[in-house]
Design a binder for this molecule. Structure first.
Ligand code: AP5
Length: 184
């Protein structure tokens, strides 16, 4: 399967993405994790400010990763695409290989819950962007740059909207139902 997890910061893309990727037997490809591991100082500064990294840089990172052997039969993208040009680049890359996305899972939760989850993570993990000012900005960047992708994928007939509230297990059950398989 070729899958995308879409949703605002804190909606559970990473948490659910790991479960879905395991259930589908495909690699979990997180753009944020790749940038945190390999991004240079300029990229780290953009992430710390909650700004998006350049589209071409992202397209190069993701297309290189997806061309690896373990992604030949499918993949789960977490955090990519994140704006309309990135979605167009992914569509073109897939077209060039005669492939298409099977589903795009859109997770969402109320603004306050998203903020609370990210602030809770700040207590236990050292993510430079989990602070009140940057969280507010990340959510705004999502609203203006990423949320429009829902219409793009709805039009393509692959969008699956999933309520991201409740426990991880409850959300996992909804995601599994939306995709037609079990995650646990
Ligand atoms: P990225 O790493 O993708 O972060 P994000 O989108 O801000 O998402 P998060 O990881 O914060 O949240 P999530 O939705 O994955 O939720 P999670 O499962 O982690 O991107 C970081 C930055 O990198 C971007 O701001 C940008 O600068 C750059 N970047 C990345 N991709 C890019 C791209 N394509 N283009 C340009 N720039 C890019 O959960 C969050 C917390 O909530 C966790 O602690 C988790 O344990 C908890 N949680 C999850 N589910 C539940 C639940 N059901 N109940 C209670 N708690 C829960």
């Amino acid at each position: 399967m070729r899958l995308v997890m879409l949703g605002p910061p804190g909606s559970g893309k990473g948490t659910q993405g790991v479960l879905v990727a395991e259930a589908a037997g495909v690699p979990h490809v997180s753009s944020g994790a790749a940038l945190r591991r390999h991004g240079g100082p300029e990229v780290q500064a953009l992430m710390a400010a909650g700004e998006l990294v350049d589209d071409q840089v992202m397209a190069d990172i993701v297309s290189t990763r997806l061309a690896e052997a373990d992604a030949e039969g499918g993949f789960l993208l977490d955090g990519y695409p994140r704006d309309v040009p990135q979605a167009a680049a992914l569509d073109a890359w897939l077209d060039g290989r005669g492939e298409r996305l099977d589903a795009v899972v859109l997770l969402d939760a109320p603004h306050q819950e998203l903020t609370d989850r990210l602030l809770a993570r700040a207590q236990v993990e050292d993510r430079v962007d989990d602070n009140p000012t940057t969280i507010t900005h990340r959510l705004e960047v999502y609203r203006t740059r990423t949320a429009p992708l829902a219409a793009h994928y709805d039009k393509a007939g692959v969008l699956r909207r999933v309520d991201g509230t409740g426990s991880v297990a409850q959300v996992a059950a909804r995601v599994a139902a939306a995709l037609g398989f079990q995650t646990a």
